[in-house]
Design a protein around this ligand. Sequence first.
Ligand code: TPP
Ligand code: MG
Length: 328
Amino acid sequence: MAEETITNKPARVFELYKTMSLIRAFEEAAEVAYDAGFVNGSIHQYIGEEAIGTGVCSNLRDTDYILSNHRGHGHAIAKGANPEAMMKELFGRVGGTSGAKGGSMHIADFSVGMLGANGILADGTTMGVGAAQALVLRGVDAIVTVFVGDGTTNRGPFYEALNWSMIYELPVLFVCENNTYASSTVTRSVTAGAGPVARAEAFGMPAFDIDGNDVLAVDELAADLISRVRGGGGPHFLHARTYRIKGHISRDKMLYRPEGETEERWKGEPIGRCAAWLLDNGIGQDELDEATSSAEKQIADAVEAAHAAPFPDAKLAFADVQDIGAPQ
Ligand SMILES: Cc1ncc(C[n+]2csc(CCOP(=O)(O)OP(=O)(O)O)c2C)c(N)n1
Ligand SMILES: [Mg+2]
C-alpha cells in the first residue's frame, strides 16, 4: 500500500488487514511445503508479528529501502515483493527472487526497495546505514528502514550502526521487533540494563516503545517517525513489543516454552485484533472472509506455480555470484 493514498480510516486499516492476511497465508503455506520436503534449509515464520512489517511498510514509498533479517518473509511482502517469486525462491526454482540461489533467508527484490534478508544477525543494520549514507552522498530523497530482532540488539554491529547513523544524521528508521525470544532464550534474561529503547537513547536517538500487535498504533507511529526521518530529523528507533507464536524455526518443538504460554499470547495476535476493530468500524464479516480467502487463494496459486517451475540449469550455479576463481 502506497504512503498516504487512503485517508478513509477503515479503508486504510482494511488494506493493512489484507497485507497481514497475505503474510499469514504465505507463512502457513511455507510450513506445509517445508514439512512436505519441498523447501531446503530452515524457515523462520513471522506469524503473530505481521502488524509490525505491515504498519511500517505501509508508510514507505516504493523508492525507500528496507533491510531485513532471517525472519524476513513478512517484511518483503509488506514492501511489495511478489509472493509467487518468493515461494519459488523457497522452493529453489526458476523465477525465484534471488534466482533460486538464496532461499528463505536471502530474499531480495530491488525493484520494490527490498535490499535483502540476511542470516547474519545485525548485518542488516550496518548495511542499512551504508545504504542511507549512499542516498545522502547521491542526494537521493529516500529513507532506509532496518528491521532487527530483540536478541540481535546484543550484537556489536548493531551499536556501530546506531553510532554511525547518529554521527552522520542519516535517514534511517530502526525497527526492533521484540518477540520475546532469541532462538530458545528469553531475550530479557540475557539483556543487561533497561533494554533496547534505553540503549538507543544512550546514542541520543529518539526512541519509542509500542504494542507491536496493534496495527493501527504501529501505522500511526510509523507515519510520524518516517516523516521525521524523511524531513531531515536523523535516525529514529521504534521498539515494537510482540510475541513469536511459532518456534524459532518451523521444526522447533519449543520444549523450552512454558505450557500454555503460546495459547495465552495467541489471544492477542494482530489479525484477530484488527478484524475486531474493522467489525466495529463498518466492515462486514463477509468482507473480512472474502479478504482472507483471496489471500489464501493468491498463496495457493503461488505454491502451485512453484511446484510447476523447473529447477535452474546447473550451468547457472556460478552466474551472478562473486568471482572467486571457481570453474565456470
Ligand atoms: C552472528 C550470528 N550469531 C548467531 C546466529 C544464530 N541465530 C540465528 S537467529 C538467532 C536468534 C535471533 O533472535 P532475535 O534477534 O530476537 O530474532 P528473532 O529470531 O526472534 O526474530 C540466532 C542466535 C546468527 N544467525 N548470526
Ligand atoms: Mg526475538
